[in-house]
Design a protein around this ligand. Structure first.
Ligand SMILES: Nc1ncnc2c1ncn2[C@@H]1O[C@H](COP(=O)(O)OP(=O)(O)OP(=O)(O)O)[C@@H](O)[C@H]1O
Length: 247
């Protein structure tokens, strides 16, 4: 894990009333996009919280990025009373960025996610996809080295999801950041990521660590490419194996 931006080494988590999770070892290299998949309860969100420093392991070592970490949750978690610009700018201001600079960075981040003309819209005036774009802009506005996304598109329709994945690839390509993305969706994982890590349902250890073929961002028609279809099958098989309970 020498050149990893962030990582977990032999990490175990001891939640009350639950068998110990782990050991989990996961390194995230510079500019890597890693998808974490696994059954519900496998420990995917826990792995993100450990990488974000929001939780401490019972044992093992956590390497945090040298710079900032952005976090995008399943729900956009916007302040309903504030417009899109304020939703992005306020956390920056609270972290010490002067107000005018925070507004400028918020407008830049909103423009980068295609919402340059919606800066004064309130969350209730935005579609689900737009609200998620505001949430993405908020995470990107801090210029993270590591962007963590916990099933961010799960509540959206498939066309909106596909659009957001293309956006995420475009935003990633323009920046120097690593991405860790939690999803239940095998096709989404294989399309989005350069590497898919499958966690076991039983204790959250790594069942498979699979490099995904093809360039990132994906070329047009990649979803029909036999190499992609094969990668989806490989992830699906690993996910099936991840459900097996130890004898
Ligand atoms: N704060 C906590 N206290 C006790 N148990 C917890 C806590 N957080 C998570 N757990 C348990 O740890 C396990 C892993 O949870 P986690 O949320 O990381 O899984 P997940 O793979 O993200 O699941 P999902 O796909 O359903 O979001 C689950 O069994 C969960 O109930």
């Amino acid at each position: 894990m020498a050149d990893a931006v962030a990582g977990l080494a032999d990490v175990r988590i001891d939640y009350p009333g639950r068998a110990l999770l782990g050991p989990l070892t996961l390194g995230v290299g510079p500019r890597e996009i890693v998808a974490l998949v696994g059954a519900s309860g496998a420990g995917k969100s826990t792995a993100l919280r450990l990488l974000a420093g929001l939780e401490q392991p019972a044992s093992g070592a956590v390497t945090r990025p040298a710079g900032r970490t952005g976090f995008v949750f399943q729900s956009p978690t916007l302040m309903p009373w504030a417009d899109a610009r304020t939703n992005v700018a306020l956390p920056l201001e609270l972290s010490g960025v002067p107000a005018a600079e925070a507004r400028r960075r918020a407008d830049d981040a909103l423009a980068a996610v295609g919402l340059g003309d919606r800066t004064t819209a309130r969350p209730r005036q935005l579609s689900g996809g737009m609200a998620m774009r505001v949430s993405l802009a908020r995470a990107l506005s801090i210029q993270p080295d590591l962007l963590l996304l916990d099933e961010p598109f799960a509540a959206l329709d498939s066309i909106t999801r596909r659009g957001l994945i293309e956006d995420l690839h475009r935003l990633w390509a323009a920046r120097s950041m690593a991405v860790v993305f939690v999803t239940h969706d095998v096709e989404e994982a294989a399309y989005l990521a350069g590497r898919v890590v499958v966690l076991s349902a039983a204790d959250g250890h790594v069942v498979a660590d699979l490099p995904m073929p093809g360039p990132l961002p994906r070329p047009a028609d990649w979803r029909r490419d036999p190499a992609y279809r094969e990668a989806v099958e490989t992830v699906a098989e690993a996910l099936d194996r991840s459900m097996e309970r130890p004898a």
